[in-house]
Each structure stands twice: as structure tokens, then as C-alpha cells.
Design a protein around this ligand. Structure first.
Ligand code: B1M
Length: 197
């Protein structure tokens, strides 16, 4: 159903960004509220998440169309212990739309895996997403792992996700916090430009 409705909206010429923000994201926001109030449960949320992913899959090429040639390389993942990936996937999609090359490490990513990905792929930025207050602490471990690998001056660490704040970003010594996927993509492009000098 979501797939058909998204396709219908695309066919009507509604911009992909509007379909995403006013349709899919606001729908997921409602589910989130209901989940919080115990009006729906995990299976319903999973169904909503799957529906959202089907809708975003249709939007992805349209959002990427606006992209230009690779402006930098980023690796992204949801931190260890955390399986939420909808926001992370949106950040990835927006970054690809801005012409960034994105290596997706998936969910439940331990700090050392972020560092390995940087070394193997020559990424300029690590992007960490966390949705749980119990997992956001892993972001600090990622910063420490980057330091321990001697890469701190070469790699920027970006953080985000519902419980994360700018103050927390500063507290753990990460480089950039953004509240949403579109700002994350803009910030990543900016950081890549800075690193390129
Ligand atoms: Co979960 N869950 N969940 N869940 N879930 C939350 C996060 C929760 C707030 C619900 C609630 O209680 N109200 C709560 C966390 C409470 C807390 O820690 N404070 C919670 C909980 C408790 C849990 C479980 C522990 C539940 C349980 O089992 N008892 C469990 C944990 C599993 C685990 O991870 N180990 C769990 C499981 C699940 C599902 C599997 C059922 C499912 C995830 C499916 C999936 O992702 N594939 C799920 C979902 C869907 C949610 C809610 C309803 C929606 C999250 C979401 O996708 N939002 C959520 C409630 C809510 O948020 N209202 C909830 C839409 C998404 C687009 O937003 O990810 O925030 P978000 O991304 C935003 C920004 O944050 C930002 O960009 C996006 C928008 O532009 N952003 C970044 C994200 N990453 C970024 C990185 C950046 C920059 C910006 O830079 C690098």
C-alpha cells in the first residue's frame, strides 16, 4: 500500500523530499507516538518500518538524481547494541543525494569496525547513529578508537539519532552533531571540503 501511494505521489509530480518528509516521516512519527503510549507494539512498528523502507526505496533514485560526482567518502552505521536503521538509512540516502560515496556498515557496529572501514576505504568521515540512550555511549568509544588508531586528525566523526544532542557531541569529542538527515548530508559535504583544504 505504501509503495503504491508513494508511486502515485511520484507520478503526480510531488517532489521526493516532500513525499519523504510530509508522508513517510510524519507517518513514522505517529507510529512512534503510539508506540510510546503503548497503543501499538513491536510487530506493528516493524510492519511500519518495513513499509517505510519500501517507500524510501522508490524515492532513493529520485533524491540521488540531484547528486553530483563524489565529493567525499563516508562510512555510516548504527552503533553496537542498536538495531534501529531507518534514520541511518535516511542519512545515507541524503548523503548519496549530495554526491557523497557512502559505505554502509549496517547496524550493531562495534567501534573497531568503523575504524577498519576508514582504513580499508579511505573515508574522510565516520557517521554514527544511535536511537537508544543505552547505546549512544558507544559513540564515545568510536571517537577513542579513532584516536587510538592515530587517525584523529584525518577523520571527522559525525553523530546523530533521537537521544543525541549537540552538547553530547561536544562532551565526547566528536566533530559534528546534526538533528536530521538533510542537515547531516550538508554538514558532511562541508566537512569533506574543509578536509580537502
Ligand atoms: Co525502538 N525505540 N526499540 N524499535 N523505536 C525507540 C527509539 C523509542 C524512543 C520508543 C519509545 O519508547 N518511545 C525507544 C528508545 C528509548 C530510549 O532509549 N530512550 C525504543 C526502544 C526502547 C526499543 C527496544 C529496546 C524495545 C524493546 O525491545 N523493548 C528495542 C531495541 C532493539 C535494539 O536496537 N537493540 C526497539 C526495537 C525497535 C524495532 C525493531 C521494533 C523498530 C526498529 C526497526 C528498524 O529500525 N529497522 C523500532 C522503531 C521503529 C522505533 C521508533 C518507533 C521509530 C524510530 C524511527 O525509525 N524513527 C522509535 C520511537 C520514535 O522515535 N518516536 C523507537 C524514524 C527515523 C527516521 O528517525 O532514527 O530518529 P530517527 O532518525 C532521524 C534523526 O534522529 C536523524 O535523522 C533522521 C531524520 O532525518 N538521525 C541522524 C539519525 N541518525 C543520524 C545520524 C546523523 C545525523 C542525524 O549523523 C551521523
Amino acid at each position: 500500500m505504501v509503495k503504491e501511494l508513494v508511486q502515485q505521489a511520484i507520478d503526480q509530480g510531488i517532489p521526493a523530499q516532500d513525499i519523504l518528509e510530509q508522508g513517510l516521516l510524519s507517518g513514522m512519527g505517529m507510529i512512534g507516538e503510539k508506540f510510546k503510549n503503548n497503543e501499538v507494539y513491536v510487530p506493528e512498528v516493524l510492519v511500519a518500518a518495513r513499509a517505510m523502507n519500501m517507500g524510501t526505496a522508490l524515492l532513493k533514485p529520485l533524491i540521488a538524481e540531484a547528486g553530483i560526482e563524489s565529493v567525499g567518502k563516508v562510512c555510516i552505521g548504527t552503533v553496537q547494541g542498536d538495531l534501529h536503521d531507518i534514520g541511518k538509512n535516511l542519512v545515507k540516502m541524503m548523503m548519496e543525494g549530495k554526491g557523497l560515496e557512502v559505505i554502509d556498515l549496517g547496524t550493531d557496529v562495534p567501534p573497531e569496525k568503523f575504524v577498519e572501514a576508514v582504513v580499508e576505504n579511505g573515508c574522510q568521515i565516520i557517521c554514527c547513529s544511535a536511537l537508544l540512550t543505552t547505546t549512544m555511549g558507544v559513540m564515545e568509544e568510536v571517537v577513542k578508537a579513532v584516536e587510538a588508531a592515530g587517525l584523529r586528525d584525518k577523520v571527522k566523526v559525525m553523530v546523530g539519532g533521537a537521544p543525541v544532542t549537540d552538547a553530547y557531541c561536544q562532551q565526547i569529542g566528536a566533530d559534528k552533531y546534526t538533528a536530521d538527515a538533510a542537515s547531516a548530508a550538508d554538514a558532511a559535504v562541508e566537512l569533506c571540503r574543509e578536509l580537502a583544504g
